[in-house]
Design a protein around this ligand. Structure first.
Ligand code: NAG
Ligand code: NAG
Ligand code: NAG
Ligand code: NAG
Ligand code: NAG
Ligand code: NAG
Length: 379
């Protein structure tokens, strides 16, 4: 049995019609003719994702192109998993649209994604606030909205996310204060850098359980509180460069014995490096450059066993043990160290070093007054 050429053409036409169907009638099939999502939880996810799709105004990589029909687990960027409270029910556990370059806003309907554990939206062009409804995401563990155009005040809704461990708000346009409660959250990592915040480091920073804390270019003012020692059991990396931190480094930072990276460069710190830093045995990278630190660099710091990169350029240090110059990468330029190359002009050093250092001169909390011990007995 052979087909007539006409039938061939008709079949071919039919074939091409179907081929083009997904593009021409993209998501246009009558929703009532589609089977319902397999369970009510995925049905809510479907509503949320359709709302998100509609609030996206530009999708240059077509990430949401296949966001059609009830089977949300098949959508690009969506991950489903059995519900922790019922292994027989499939739920939407993750949404990853990283590097999507998507424009738009985040709709309140995202609060319907109540089974979500991961929300990764980094490197897009979302603007506006985070929806308040995110507080419904009781299982949300990782929230990464970094490198977007989100703005407005600090999104306090994150304080309500009881499962949150990883909070990344960096590279957005958030402004104003940062609530101190963020340091009371049981987080593993906190990234607030490169926003328009302006806030003083709160006293409860020591309550934080993070291993990584990045507050660079973040409008920080005030001093490093002594209570920072409270992070001694968890903190491995703290980067607070390019802020307006003033006062002296408290000796309590020596209690940060797990710390590998300590970067307080480009701030307004004065005084010396505390001897107690010699107890930071895991320290690998130490950057205190571009401050107004002075005194002698403690031998104990340069002797730290794992220290590979120590940058203290652009300060007013006037002494350094030989040992410091044996560190693999060391930068001591633009200080007041005798017989070293590339130091500050003498008169600049004299002018600065003739003034006394006052750790409390910047409105920083004073250390507790010295206890009045009975005078030592004379022998
Ligand atoms: C996205 O889909 C449109 C058609 O709807 C197509 O013209 C474009 O090339 C696609 N872009 C990518 C990056 O796949
Ligand atoms: C989901 O996608 C897979 C592979 O892309 C496909 O085999 C399956 O039929 C799809 N499921 C539904 C319900 O569309
Ligand atoms: C994102 O999209 C904008 C506008 O379409 C474009 O100018 C820009 O180059 C894109 N960025 C990336 C990283 O693809
Ligand atoms: C956090 O620290 C402050 C003092 O620094 C303390 O008063 C407060 O109770 C702590 N909060 C929590 C939740 O641990
Ligand atoms: C330093 O931080 C300010 C905001 O606090 C920012 O405007 C500036 O670009 C930052 N500088 C660098 C070199 O990143
Ligand atoms: C050492 O640290 C400085 C600043 O903290 C950094 O710019 C430099 O790249 C580091 N050097 C090496 C070799 O890691």
């Amino acid at each position: 049995m052979t087909c007539t050429p006409n039938l061939h053409l008709a079949l071919l036409g039919f074939f091409f019609f179907f081929l083009s169907l997904p593009i021409l009638s993209h998501c246009q099939s009558n929703p009532s003719s589609l089977p319902p999502p397999p369970n009510p939880r995925l049905e809510r996810a479907y509503i949320a994702l359709q709302a998100l799709k509609h609030s996206i105004t530009s999708d240059p990589k077509n990430l949401t192109f296949d966001w059609c029909g009830p089977d949300v687990c098949n959508y690009t960027g969506v991950f489903c998993a059995p519900a922790p409270d019922d292994p027989h029910v499939e739920t939407m556990a993750g949404l990853d649209l990283n590097h999507g370059n998507l424009s738009g806003t985040l709709p309140e309907d995202l609060g319907l994604l109540s089974d979500l554990a991961l929300l990764h939206l980094n490197s897009n062009r979302f603007r506006g606030p985070l929806p308040l409804s995110l507080r419904e995401l009781r299982l949300l563990y990782e929230l990464d909205v970094s490198n977007n155009r989100l703005d407005g005040p600090f999104p306090s809704v994150v304080l309500r996310l009881r499962s949150l461990k990883y909070l990344d708000l960096r590279f957005n346009g958030f402004t104003g204060g940062v609530p101190s409660e963020v340091f009371d959250l049981p987080l593993d990592a906190l990234f607030l850098n490169d926003n328009g915040f302006r806030f003083a480091i709160p006293e409860n920073i020591g309550n934080s359980t993070v291993s990584a804390l990045v507050l660079a270019n973040a409008g920080l003012t005030g001093c490093l509180p002594r209570s920072i020692a409270g992070m001694g059991e968890t903190l491995e990396e703290i980067v607070v460069l390019n802020n307006s931190i003033t006062g002296c480094l408290p000796p309590e930072i020596g209690a940060l014995r797990r710390l590998r990276v300590f970067d307080v460069s480009s701030n307004g710190l004065v005084g010396g490096l505390p001897e107690a830093m010699g107890a930071m045995e895991r320290l690998e990278r130490l950057d205190v450059a571009h401050n107004s630190l002075s005194g002698e660099v403690p031998e104990a710091v340069c002797g730290l066993p794992r220290l590979k990169n120590f940058t203290y350029s652009y300060n007013f240090f006037y002494g350094e043990p030989m040992r410091c110059l044996k560190i693999r990468h060391v930068d001591d330029r633009e200080n007041c160290i005798p017989h070293r190359p590339d130091q500050r002009p003498e008169r600049e050093c004299e002018a600065f070093l003739s003034k006394p250092v006052e750790c409390e001169a910047f409105g920083c909390r004073r250390p507790p007054p010295p206890m009045h011990y009975p005078p030592p007995p004379y022998y």
